[in-house]
Design a protein around this ligand. Structure first.
Ligand SMILES: Nc1nc2c(ncn2[C@@H]2O[C@H](COP(=O)(O)OP(=O)(O)OP(=O)(O)O)[C@@H](O)[C@H]2O)c(=O)[nH]1
Length: 174
């Protein structure tokens, strides 16, 4: 409904509610209601009220910004405190198209993701690289959790992502 939800009369404390996205997984339609929360520190006390009930959280940092990467640990700590224990978490290093200004190597993202046992990939909202995959992987995981057939093997989100992700820019390390 609302492009912006403001949590207080101070209009800078807002959440951008993006849109619904429907992903079809094995002929089942999974509706994702996507909330884009503001990432800055000053919003944090308000944001947890929003992700407490979330089924999945995509944590984005900007590969050209060390501070955005450093913030991820704080977010993961926060999530463990406030989010549902079985929430699907995915770490995304965004702006993969800006590899000439890269501040965080891909393997640093991979290492952090391994440390917290969360899937990882680099994305670009500009070129679209791996964006659909991020949403599809989340939708598949949620669908498999909701509709688990007894003889069906458990969906392995890590394996699915590793098999599908585009590794463009593989050699752009500095
Ligand atoms: N080149 C490039 N620019 C991007 C990409 N994603 C976002 N941007 C740009 O980065 C700027 C910030 O984007 P936002 O979506 O506002 O970033 P944000 O992290 O949501 O910002 P806050 O959460 O409000 O702190 C905008 O100018 C976007 O156009 C990307 O993948 N590549």
């Amino acid at each position: 409904c609302c492009p912006f939800i403001c949590a207080s009369s101070n209009s800078s404390v807002c959440f951008r509610s993006s849109q619904n996205k429907v992903v079809t997984v094995d002929n089942v339609k999974v509706k994702l209601q996507i909330w884009d929360t503001a990432g800055q520190e000053r919003f944090r006390s308000v944001t947890h009220a929003y992700y407490r009930d979330a089924h999945a959280l995509l944590l984005l940092y900007d590969i050209t910004s060390k501070s955005s990467f450093d913030n991820i640990r704080a977010w993961l700590t926060e999530i463990h405190e406030y989010a549902q224990s079985d929430v699907v978490i995915m770490l995304l290093g965004n702006k993969a198209d800006m590899s000439s200004e890269r501040a965080i190597r891909r393997d640093e993202g991979e290492r952090l993701a391994r440390e917290y046992s969360v899937p990882f990939m680099e994305t670009s909202a500009k070129t679209g690289v791996n964006v659909e995959l991020a949403f599809t992987a989340v939708a598949k995981e949620l669908k498999h959790r909701a509709v688990q057939h007894p003889n069906e093997p458990k969906f392995q989100i890590h394996e699915y992502i590793e098999a599908q992700k585009e590794k463009s820019g593989c050699c752009s390390y500095f």
